[in-house]
Design a protein around this ligand. Sequence first.
Ligand SMILES: Cc1cc2nc3c(=O)[nH]c(=O)nc-3n(C[C@H](O)[C@H](O)[C@H](O)COP(=O)(O)O)c2cc1C
Length: 155
Amino acid sequence: MLSLMYVSRAEPGITPEDVKGLAHRAAENNARRRVTGLLAYNSLSFMQLLEGEGAAVLETMRGIERDSRHSGITYIRQDERENRECPDWSMRSLLTPLAGVRSATVFTGTLPPQMELDTKILFTSFASSLTAEQARHHAEQSDRVMGRQREAGND
Ligand SMILES: Cc1cc2nc3c(=O)[nH]c(=O)nc-3n(C[C@H](O)[C@H](O)[C@H](O)COP(=O)(O)O)c2cc1C
């Protein structure tokens, strides 16, 4: 059984609804090919795990590589395994900036029990990483707090 994972940059115009639709369609195709896996989207990037019979996974991946809804596909893992990590998900999508998830522990709890710890950590760190926009927002907020603290100190 082939298992592979990649990350890619989402096309900027894409919305969470687009991703849900795409994953729904993907799940139908994958069920036919007996491919399973997980697609995570954090508003900037995708991280996807695909697993199944080698030829089926590679055929699926050939279609994905041609898809203009993302670019810069970078493979982060590809190996032969005994067992599936997402045996019950023909393609599950998780739309997961940390702002929507709140807690990394809660997010990890939604991953399949069969999933290896290494894979859970990859998905959880992906889900927890801030987008540039979120990072700017946090920086502005902490500047404001620091400013207020300085003002309070001067009173
Ligand atoms: C990030 C991303 C992940 C995708 N994952 C899958 C997938 O797991 N399976 C699949 O069949 N198509 C997937 N697609 C869609 C394919 O690129 C392609 O659009 C689709 O297979 C075409 O199917 P259709 O000919 O049935 O419309 C994905 C697309 C993107 C952008």
